[in-house]
Design a protein around this ligand. Structure first.
Ligand SMILES: NC(=O)c1ccc[n+]([C@@H]2O[C@H](COP(=O)([O-])OP(=O)(O)OC[C@H]3O[C@@H](n4cnc5c(N)ncnc54)[C@H](OP(=O)(O)O)[C@@H]3O)[C@@H](O)[C@H]2O)c1
Length: 243
């Protein structure tokens, strides 16, 4: 694989869709920073992925912590000098419990969900992305791209009575994407929200329709190949969709 010299950081990439974004971008020659809350999990995932070749290093990162986001940014700046791609993938659902067959067995609705749970979801899924953008934008230059892993669960036409905290977090992540686009545009940085579809991960369950490589596809496309995608837009299946 030809090394592009480009550096990509993926949050929450020790497992699930994030891990496959790292695998796919490494195969395209990106220098990958795989991040994980648990440093040992991150090192293990990076070592497994390196068996296929590729420049992949692990670093610990908890997107709920300002200090952790700042420490990651300082390390990346010292080691690489720049970041070309940031994929804000780290996310939690927390409001749904699955049975052994992968089907949901319990779920809170908005009238009983614990406010502390909603707060943790928003802090990770929405504010975590904002923390990372604020930490890394100063080391991103013209032509860089930021991809936010959102969900159609937060799309206005798809809002419903279950998983209220999760839906709010993704609607707010979409809003963050559109709100930051003009300021990032001035620096020549593109920002995109995307939905991976329903994917077989710990979050998506074994019953989900897509494999992780299919789920990662649009994020990888936006990060690498998409020709001039509209910054501040919402995408799925390599196409722009309404908010
Ligand atoms: N799977 C789906 O069907 C689906 C559909 C639509 C959107 N999405 C979105 O796609 C993204 C990835 O989902 P997934 O299905 O791959 O989920 P997953 O398998 O549950 O993996 C989530 C990842 O996020 C990490 N994470 C959680 N909290 C974190 C924190 N505070 N700091 C850093 N990392 C943290 C987890 O780390 P630990 O291992 O330490 O817990 C894990 O690496 C999420 O944003 C999700 O909302 C998924």
């Amino acid at each position: 694989m030809a090394n592009t010299g480009k550096v990509a950081v993926v949050t929450g990439s020790n497992r699930g869709i994030g891990r496959d974004v790292v695998r796919q971008l490494a195969a395209k020659g990106y220098r990958m920073v795989l991040t994980a809350r648990d440093a040992a999990d991150g090192e293990k995932a990076a070592a497994e992925l390196r068996k296929a070749g590729g420049d992949i290093r692990a670093h610990d990162l908890d997107v709920q912590s300002d200090a952790s986001c700042r420490a990651l940014a300082a390390w990346v700046k010292a080691e690489y000098g720049q970041v070309d791609v940031l994929v804000n993938n780290a996310g939690v659902l927390l409001e749904r419990v699955y049975g052994a067959d992968g089907r949901p067995i319990s779920e809170d609705d908005g009238l009983d969900v614990d406010i502390g749970v909603v707060s943790r979801i928003l802090d990770t899924n929405t504010l975590g992305a904002l923390r990372m953008i604020q930490a890394l934008a100063p080391v991103m230059s013209k032509g860089s791209r930021i991809i936010n892993l959102s969900s159609r669960m937060g799309q206005f036409g798809m809002l419903g009575p279950n998983m209220v905290g999760y839906r709010m977090s993704k609607t707010a992540l979409n809003s963050l994407t559109a709100c930051l686009a003009p300021a990032l545009e001035k620096k020549g940085i593109g920002i995109f929200a995307m939905c991976p579809g329903w994917v077989r991960t710990d979050m998506g369950s074994p019953a989900a329709a897509k494999s992780v490589d299919q789920g990662a596809d649009t994020a990888v496309w936006l990060a690498s190949e998409a020709p001039n995608p509209k910054s501040g837009g919402f995408y799925t299946e390599r196409k722009e969709i309404p908010w």
